[in-house]
Design a protein around this ligand. Structure first.
Ligand SMILES: *Cc1c(COP(=O)(O)O)cnc(C)c1O
Ligand SMILES: [Zn+2]
Length: 420
């Protein structure tokens, strides 16, 4: 088993693998540390081991923070983790690439998870670790997709769950959460208010708040997107990844995944250029990037991309450093551009994404237009959520031709319907 301890990202102080998330000494965030040295000699064996694993994120269990070690066959695993996530499609998107003047664009479609967003990866890992640590109740502070995933995992595992959301969330996300029988709490306030409340509650209750006291384990789940992309590209690192940024956890952990596989020799050790994507209405990281700052100034969000509406991003400084270090950037786009991004992806790939995916697609378009992307680069666009959850974003963007049920009405009422 490779996982060894928790470590402060700032002062490197070490902690045991418990429900801890902040350093006592410097208040820095804690992260899971591993010792992969025993794998180094035999890359071929490690690849076989991964390829022989289950068709979900647990094929990467050697790189995940579970005390139980690598899992057995997928049947036994299902009862252990409830809702297996991952192994989502990586699709080559030639028509999208052509429209943007690029040569090679791939779409990682993480809407194809059990509750239709990448959050199933992080929740699977956090909840599995929570069970190992003996917790009986799971909880979260959510911008929407985390709510869906925590409620569903609670239902799958028969654990009690509490889900805290801003009360003004999209109705589709509220309905797709409550249906699982969770205790759903709508807080009058922004996500940052919800998060503050949950941080207080996590100190008082013996609950596993997946993105607060279990955050070091939760964050590890995002590495599995990088592992899958590399495996799906034939054990290669793409040249560039375009990734949405809310707290910055997904963005930084994708790079961490490529780096870890570089360290054990599964990949060549390069990092892709990392491009972060935010909405203009909540762009603390993009603004700091543009201004050349190392830290983010908190903002009050106002955007249709509610799943990215974190005004005070925990991993902001690390996201800035990563974007600069890899020759990437963090950019933001307007609500209009977000809607256009959703349409662009839908009509060129057949993938309908939520507003966060509109942000990511629009930032890719912006980078292409600006000439930041070499036409020969292999680019991966990380699509993190499903369009059916944010239907308001596409309302009024197209026309329905309503007609009487006759051929004449069809030919009179629908453009292009008359054949010559
Ligand atoms: C949560 C979320 C993200 C990014 O979250 P981070 O906090 O930056 O890890 C991106 N897209 C969607 C759809 C999300 O729900
Ligand atoms: Zn510290």
């Amino acid at each position: 088993m490779a996982v060894t301890h928790l470590e402060c990202k700032e002062c490197k102080a070490q902690y045991p693998l418990e429900a801890l998330y902040v350093c006592d000494r410097c208040f820095g965030p804690l992260e899971v540390a591993y010792d992969h040295s025993r794998w180094k000699p035999d890359v071929a064996e490690l690849r076989r081991r991964i390829q022989g694993g289950p068709q979900n994120i647990w094929r990467y269990a050697d790189f995940l923070p579970l005390a139980g070690g690598p899992p057995g066959p997928s049947g036994r695993l299902a009862s252990r983790v409830g809702l297996p996530a991952g192994c989502t499609p990586l699709i080559r998107a030639d028509r999208l690439a052509a429209e943007l003047g690029l040569r090679e664009v791939w779409v990682k479609n993480d809407a194809a998870n059990p509750t239709h967003s990448f959050k199933d990866r992080v929740v699977s890992v956090a909840v599995t670790r929570a069970r190992e640590l003996g917790f009986e109740t799971i909880a979260c502070a959510s911008t929407g997709n985390l709510a869906n995933s925590v409620a569903a995992h609670g239902a799958a595992l028969g654990m009690e769950s509490y889900v805290f959301i801003p009360a003004d969330l999209e109705e589709q996300k509220i309905l797709a959460t409550g249906v699982y029988g969770t205790r759903l709490v709508g807080v009058e306030g922004s996500y940052d208010d919800v998060n503050r409340l949950c941080t207080e509650l996590s100190a008082e209750r013996g609950w596993a708040f997946v993105n607060i006291n279990l955050r070091p384990y939760y964050a590890e789940g995002s590495k599995t997107i990088a592992f899958e992309i590399a495996e799906q590209l034939g054990w290669e690192v793409p040249d560039r990844c375009v990734v949405p940024v809310a707290s910055g956890s997904l963005f930084t952990k994708i790079a961490r995944g490529f780096a870890e596989w570089g360290e054990v020799g599964l990949l060549d050790g390069r990092l892709p250029k990392m491009n972060g994507a935010q909405a203009d209405g909540c762009s603390p990281v993009a603004s700091a990037f543009a201004a050349g700052h190392d830290v983010c100034r908190p903002v009050k969000p106002h955007t249709i991309a509610k799943s990215l509406a974190i005004g005070n991003p925990a991993d902001g400084p690390y996201a800035l450093d990563l974007a600069r270090r890899t020759g990437g950037s963090v950019d933001s786009v307007s609500d209009e551009e977000i809607r256009a991004g959703i349409s662009l992806l839908a009509r060129t790939t057949g993938i309908f994404t939520e507003t966060a995916g509109g942000v990511t697609t629009a930032v890719l378009a912006k980078l292409a237009e600006r000439g930041d992307i070499d036409p020969d680069e292999r680019v991966v666009l990380v699509i993190t959520g499903e369009g059916l959850k944010t239907l308001d974003a596409v309302r009024g963007t197209f026309e329905t031709h309503t007609i009487q049920p006759t051929v004449e009405a069809f030919e009179a009422g629908v453009p292009g319907a008359v054949t010559v």
